[in-house]
Design a protein around this ligand. Structure first.
Ligand code: NDP
Length: 296
């Protein structure tokens, strides 16, 4: 962003949890006039020391900038902040970018509210942790009207990282977020379970780590290779049929339960694989389960 642009640009950040503080800090670092507000006072002190303007109320915060970025715990919280009559009036003709994580349905509901009150609205999600904000490693996804996105893109890009506009359908960024977090949290549940089973077998997390990373490294090629197969409706299982996966998964359940460790997550995954076999898809690859889950 040029010096002239950044001098003219102003942005408001509502919500100063770890992520809101990181966002406001990155805007300040990029030279933008940054106004901040948080429900609980006091979280803006470091930002104010760096030049942020602390607004005494939400109304004053949103009135200070053409663009307001919201980042709070969920949409119940962002609704509580935005949907009072006074704030809605102050937002008329201005733009809100909601980087709070929640469901696609909540994003669509907020877009309906915004459209009904003359508020311009973009939805978004942040796919990387706070230390990445303001660095090339940040990943942001956005959805909503293209012209609104293009207008505010220079300010959003002051957050660093990559910004992808996924389309005009307002729920799309949240839908990507949900799908990606589905991968993340099921993987983390598997990792936590693996650590417990490994420990019960006398293996430390440090000893397991290099091999655990190796398992993580296998996944990108699988995502890449199976994407086209899935979109084409094919699920080749030549190298690793579901029958083989079921056998491998049952070993994990048995080892885990022999140590008295809850194997509920793996039992659920094994149950899906057994269902695929029962439906006659035992020779297919594991991604057949995506198709089965999607059946109505
Ligand atoms: P939290 O998810 O804990 O959100 C904290 C913020 O929410 C605070 O500003 C808090 O205000 C506010 N808040 C909570 N309830 C209310 C309410 N009823 N009314 C008004 N404000 C409320 O922390 P983060 O900052 O880390 O996360 C913010 C968003 O960013 C979340 O949606 C999260 O999923 C997303 N995100 C976070 C990442 C991270 O690494 N932290 C990574 C990617 C996305 P108060 O201080 O007053 O309690």
């Amino acid at each position: 962003m040029s010096e002239q642009n950044s001098a003219q640009s102003a942005v408001t950040v509502l919500g100063l949890g770890p992520m809101g503080r990181a966002l406001a800090g990155a805007f300040l670092g990029a030279g933008l006039r940054t106004t901040v507000w948080n429900r609980t006072p006091g979280k803006d002190q470091e930002l104010v020391r760096r030049g942020a303007v602390s607004a005494p109320s939400v109304v004053e915060a949103v009135a200070a900038s053409p663009l307001t970025v919201v980042c709070v715990v969920n949409y119940d919280a962002s609704d509580a902040i935005l949907r009072s009559d006074a704030v809605t009036d102050a937002l008329k003709g201005r733009t809100v970018v909601n980087l709070t994580a929640d469901t696609p349905g909540r994003a669509r509901d907020t877009a309906d509210w915004a459209a009904g009150h003359g508020v311009r609205y973009l939805d978004g999600a942040i796919m990387t942790p706070t230390p990445t904000i303001g660095t090339p490693a940040g990943v942001f996804i956005h959805s909503g009207p293209e012209e609104v996105y293009q207008e505010h893109r220079p300010v959003l890009e002051a957050l660093g990282g990559t910004h992808t506009h996924l389309g005009a359908e307002i729920g799309r960024a949240a839908a990507y977020d949900i799908a990606l977090l589905d991968i993340f949290w099921t993987a983390m549940a598997g990792y936590a379970h693996a650590l417990a089973v490994a420990r019960a077998e006398g293996i430390t997390a440090r000893e397991l780590a290099p091999f655990a990373k190796g398992i993580g490294d296998i996944l990108p090629a699988i995502f890449e290779q199976t994407a086209e197969e899935l979109d084409a409706g094919t699920y080749p299982g030549d190298g690793n049929p579901i029958t083989s996966a079921v056998s491998s998964m049952s070993h994990i359940v048995h080892t885990s339960e022999a140590h008295g460790i809850d194997a509920g997550v793996m039992r659920a995954a094994e149950g899906l694989a057994r269902r695929a076999v029962g439906l006659g898809h035992g020779a297919d690859g594991f991604t057949r389960i995506a198709e089965i889950l999607g059946r109505r």
